[in-house]
Every structure is written in C-alpha cells, then in structure tokens.
Design a protein around this ligand. Structure first.
Ligand SMILES: Cc1ncc(C[n+]2csc(CCOP(=O)(O)OP(=O)(O)O)c2C)c(N)n1
Ligand SMILES: [Mg+2]
Length: 550
C-alpha cells in the first residue's frame, strides 16, 4: 500500500486534476505544507511569487478572464487574505472563475482571536460565490472539486477556500481528486423559436454581448451569422474583445463616455437581444438606458446565471443558458429578415466617433492609442485598470481578436499591470501591453520586480497627468476650483522602472511615441514608457477649463 497522502499533497493533486498550470502567490507560514507539495510538481505547476497579494490576486483574476478556467491564487491568513480581497471583488463583479486559497490558523485555536485570525466564510461571504474552510482532510477532493465547479458553472465567479494549518498535515483518506464535467445550460428549443419569431417581427433590433464564459468558435460562428443577418451588435462595458471591432456589424461599446448616438440607437430599438451581459450599472448608464416597462416589452435576456434574469430588468423572454451555447443555437436560425440600413448607419456612427480627435496639447492620447492599434498584431493583449486614461483607450482602441482585452468592469485601479504580467506568462507568444494611469500604475507597480524575475516582457505605458484625474473631473464639476486630494507628486517613472531592471523612456510629444513604442516592444525585457500628459485634457473632448465654466 502506498503511504497515505497529506491533505496538502491531496490539494495539489486536486489542482493538477483540474488542469491548473499556474499559481500566483505570496508565501506565508500558514501554508508551508502546500508550498512544499507544490515544490514536487514544479515542472507542471508554475509558482509565480509576487510582491503584494493584490498583484497575485489580480493576476489570478486575469488568468481566469484570459483562459476561461479558474485562476488560482494562494496567500497567507489575515493580512495576506485582506490584501488579496480586491482580486476576489473584481472576479465577482466581472464573473471571472477564480479560486483563492488562504492559509488559516490551526483549528484548535479558532475563536481565540489567534494571530492573524479571520473568519473567511464571514469575511468573503458577500464577495465570493462561495467561501469555505476545508476542515476535514478526507473531504479534500470533494471541497476542492466543488470549488472548481462553483467557479465555472452558471455565472462564473470567485471561490475562497481556507486551509487550516494543522489540517494540511493530516492524512487525506478519501476519494482521489478527479476532473469534473462542467455543467452547462443550452437554450431550450421553444425559446429559440420564440426569439426567432421576435426577430422576424423586429423593425429595429440590436444585439448586446457581454459577460464571461464565451468561447472562440461560438463567437466566430455568431459573428458570421450577425453579418448574414446584417444585425448591429454592441459590446458591454470592457467586453470589447468579444467581436472583432472591424466587423461590419460592430456598432460600439457601452462604457463610461459612450457614443451618444449609440445610446439613442439602443433606446430606440424595438428588440434588444442581450447575451451573457448582466446589463449592470455602467453599461446601462446608471440604470437609465431602459425602463422596466420597456424591457418587459423588448428585452430578450440570456445569461448563464438564472439569478441575473429578471433581477433589475424584467424581460420579455428570459433564458438561463451559457452564452456560447445560446450564440451557437441562435446562429442556426435560418436567414430571414435583414437590417442592412441600420447596420450601415450604426457602423458609420461608430467609425466617426472613434476617429482620433484634435487636442490642444503636446500629447494627443487619441493618436497614441490609434498608433498602438495599428502597430500591434491583431492578437496582442491590452490591459488596463481604472482612470480617465482608460476612456481614451476604450474609445480609440480596436480589439480584433478573442481574449485580447483584460480590463476590470469592477473599476479596480491597479489591475492592468499585474493582469499584463499574468497574460504574458500564460501566452508568452503574444505581445502584451498595459495602458495605465499614474495613480493606477503605482497601486501595483512593485510587480515590476515580478515581471523582471519571471521574464514577463510586457510593455507598459504610464499616462502621467500628475493627478487622480477621474476624481479631479468629478470634483471640478461638483465643487469647481476646490481641488482636494487629487493632485499627485509623482516619481520619475523612467528612473523607477530602470531601478527594477526594466527598459524605460520618457515621452512628452505625440510624434515621439511611435519610436519609443517600437523600442519598448523590442527591448527584450519588461519595458515602460513614461508618457507625460496635460491634466487639462481631462477626457476625450473635455477640458478642465470648460468643466469649471459649466
Ligand atoms: C482601488 C481603487 N481606488 C480608488 C478608486 C477611485 N478612483 C477611480 S479613478 C481614480 C483616479 C485614477 O487616476 P489615474 O490612474 O492617474 O488616472 P487618470 O484618471 O488621471 O487618467 C480613482 C482614485 C478606484 N476606482 N479603485
Ligand atoms: Mg492620472
């Protein structure tokens, strides 16, 4: 008989069974046994050690977003887990499969207020899809298996599993971990037929895609169907990579600062076919895009999580189905009615809105972004966090390939840079660019050390306007001229990056950007462009002076 496994070994065997190939972590004494078990499989699971748990958790979230499989993060109890919570929050808001393992105090000390003690089920209960403590080593396969299934089934999301220190060393007598089939839901035939009928009767239909759980073949087939039907399609907030932005039916995205003509078009639609999108606060422009009366008449809502249906928007037809299953089924609806005029008009509005604009400053971000789009290959991955710099990116950028955007719908600053590192580690053959704000970047900038250590040669563009610009914009609108807490005295980002061993250069004029960008891409190590901009250009087409006058 083989010697009995420890729970720590069983946990790692479960990771292997579920196809885990990367673990993003900051080590802690609370899970030494698991780290030791990971040592034995270091040729199969790459352990990426980070400099802050927010970095590690964001990387795991980005892994989940990129691959569609749960990203795995491991952190220590108390301070490690609380640092990592931002990644769990983003995974929850963004419906991303992710599992956070947390070392926990010994079971016998529970409730004593022991060193770094936290009740994880209570602390992460509202943040995660499921938060559990693995108490019984013999149930390791069951609990870890359920964690993977929970993260992947229905609306995807994060799971937190606490691992008491003493439990990790106990024998795990019980079933071997095995891969589980992910339960999926398809569109019922009668629902498909009902949608087909509504579509035939529609004068001004529009399709909205969003959410997670998509697959490339399904989107390819659906894209072809959209073109055959000449149906305008809109993408939800920070889901710009679901459809090739050059697609003739693509009409724009529903983010912050969207095309007003697109908003008018959606409001005027007599059929909104929403697949995978929750239709949350940002894409619905603060819940103003529709009224409940309208959606009850016009909305066909398909989402993997039944709890998202009829949650905010009463639907005319609601269906709990995985988005790719639904898209594949819809694309079998034989060509009937087409809407070429609407398609063409919507596309023309998109092209006009996303053409670079004139800016009275040395750096024109619309041209910088347009240059990046043209210079990079179609499968390059673009990552960002939160801030007004991202409004320039989202408006002027064109995503052209599946899973080429990693952006937090949660609006978490500090997301883009660790996401870029994760993307480069998982897809080393792709080019990866992080577009960051000065405030945004410095929230996780210490992961430059991680990028250098693990050879993640990403290019980062830091848009330095010396301000928490987004908040400054709101401030000037609500309290003109009373600038509080939004001015930033920044480091020399070029010197900072070089100190980590990265390539770096400062750019102060639009015309100098292309050469610097080419050099950064060719640097052969992590690279950073410190792009100095004028805070006066607070958002595309908006200046601080104009805001104050209003
Ligand atoms: C973690 C986190 N903290 C605070 C905020 C609130 N917030 C949103 S945007 C922003 C400023 C972003 O500044 P920067 O990255 O410099 O971008 P800019 O708006 O200047 O382009 C802040 C503080 C947030 N979204 N996330
Ligand atoms: Mg800024």
């Amino acid at each position: 008989m083989p010697p009995t496994k420890t729970a720590a070994r069983q946990i790692v065997d479960a990771l292997l069974a579920h196809g885990v190939d990367h673990v993003f972590c900051v080590p802690g004494e609370s899970y030494l046994a698991v780290l030791d078990a990971l040592y034995d499989v270091r040729d199969r699971i790459r352990l990426v050690t980070c400099r802050h748990e927010a970095g590690a958790a964001n990387m795991a979230e980005a892994y989940g977003k990129l691959t569609g499989r749960p990203g795995v993060c491991m952190v220590t109890r108390g301070p490690g887990a609380t640092h990592a919570s931002i990644g769990v929050h983003t995974a929850e808001q963004d419906s991303t499969p992710m599992i956070l393992f947390v070392g926990q105090i010994a079971r016998g000390d529970r409730g004593r207020g022991a060193f770094q003690e936290v009740d994880y089920a209570a602390a992460f209960g509202p943040l995660a899809k499921w938060a559990v403590e693995l108490d019984d080593p013999c149930r390791t396969a069951e609990i870890v298996g359920r964690a993977f299934a929970t993260a992947m089934q229905g609306r995807r999301g994060p799971v937190v599993v606490a691992l008491p220190e003493d439990m990790q060393l106990e024998p795990a007598i019980g079933p071997e971990p095995r891969p589980l089939p992910v339960a999926r839901a398809a569109l019922p035939a009668e629902t498909l037929a009902a949608i087909g009928e509504r579509l035939e009767a529609a004068e001004r239909p529009i399709v909205v895609l969003g959410g997670s759980g998509w697959t490339e073949p399904a989107l390819a087939q659906f894209s072809a169907w959209l073109e055959a039907r000449q149906l305008p399609v809109v993408l939800s907030f920070r889901r710009k990579a679901l459809i090739d932005n050059d697609h003739p039916c693509y009409a724009g995205d529903l983010g912050l600062g969207p095309n007003p003509k697109l908003i008018a078009r959606i409001k005027a639609a007599d059929l909104v076919l929403a697949i995978g999108a929750r239709l949350g606060e940002n894409p619905t422009q603060g819940y103003t895009l529709f009224t409940a009366e309208e959606t009850a008449q016009r909305l066909v809502h398909i989402h993997a999580g039944p709890e998202e249906l009829n949650r905010v928007w009463p639907a005319a037809i609601a269906a709990a189905a995985d988005p790719d299953e639904a898209a594949l089924a819809l694309s079998t609806l034989t060509p009937g009615r087409r809407w070429p005029e609407a398609r063409e008009a919507a596309r023309a509005e998109y092209e006009a809105f996303t053409a670079p604009i004139a800016v009275e400053a040395a750096v024109n971000l619309s041209q910088v972004v347009a240059h990046m789009v043209e210079a990079l290959p179609r499968d390059a991955i673009i990552c960002n966090g939160a801030g007004n710099f991202a409004a320039w990116l989202h408006r002027f950028d064109r995503r052209r390939g599946f899973a080429t955007q990693l952006a937090p719908t949660s609006g978490a600053m500090g997301y883009g840079f660790p996401a870029a590192i994760a993307a480069k580690l998982v897809r080393p053959e792709r080019e990866v660019v992080c577009f960051a704000g000065d405030g945004d970047f410095l929230m996780t900038a210490q992961e430059l050390a991680t990028a250098v250590q693990h050879g993640a040669n990403v290019v980062t563009v830091v848009v330095d306007n010396g301000a928490y610009g987004t908040i400054r914009m709101h401030q000037e609108r609500e309290y003109p001229g009373r600038v509080a807490a939004t001015e930033l005295t920044n480091p020399d980002f070029t010197a900072y990056a070089r100190a980590f061993g990265a390539w770096a250069e400062t750019v102060e004029r639009t015309e100098d950007f292309p050469a610097a960008f080419a050099a950064a891409r060719a640097a052969g190590r992590p690279a950073l462009i410190h792009l100095k901009t004028d805070v006066e250009q607070i958002a595309p087409g908006r200046t601080l002076t104009a805001l104050r006058k209003k």
